[in-house]
Design a protein around this ligand. Sequence first.
Ligand SMILES: Cc1cc2nc3c(=O)[nH]c(=O)nc-3n(C[C@H](O)[C@H](O)[C@H](O)COP(=O)(O)O)c2cc1C
Length: 193
Amino acid sequence: MSKIEFPIDKHDWQPSPLPGQVVLVTTLAADGEPNVAPKSWVSMAAFGPPPVLMFGCTFDHATARNTMQRGAFVINVPGQDLVEQAWRCGSDSTTQGAARFGACGLTPVPSARVAPPRISECRAHLECETDGYREWGREVVVFGRIVAASADTGALEGDQAARYSYLSPFFFLEDGWAACLGVARSVERRDIG
Ligand SMILES: Cc1cc2nc3c(=O)[nH]c(=O)nc-3n(C[C@H](O)[C@H](O)[C@H](O)COP(=O)(O)O)c2cc1C
């Protein structure tokens, strides 16, 4: 197969070789008002201990501001039934803070260990304490120590394929394009050396 170069500017990636799982990040503003925003530049960063994850965010977003001011956030994992809500949540800049939950059909519920809420309709939750930043101009990667993890019982029952089927994560491909996780399957592992 011959190789063709394409631009390194991510705006021009069609297709994007790096789909990102869509999560809903919940935070609290300085005055305690909850906020929710979708993020797809998200990844584990270290097994730890402590386990660390990271997400990329524009500096001007309430999410970045809140994680810096309040030192905590929650990564909520939506299932495929929330694709439309996730896009609506990230596209309507007129609705912010607590009102955005209702406008997007999302319900904030208390977390186990941190002040920002979990989202009832999401299927798994990673509660984090902010653990630093790395900045590039107006963009920032936020690191968080995972201090609590929880999921719907449906995500923790049955065999592995059934658990991933329940979790049903989905991914941001490029502007206006999403994809869902296919059927999970086991892969034979052969340790060599
Ligand atoms: C599916 C989806 C994924 C997104 N991923 C990111 C992301 O990874 N980083 C980011 O800064 N903005 C991302 N956005 C845009 C923000 O969610 C959007 O600008 C939002 O209004 C920011 O809200 P905030 O100011 O309350 O944080 C995404 C939007 C959508 C719809």
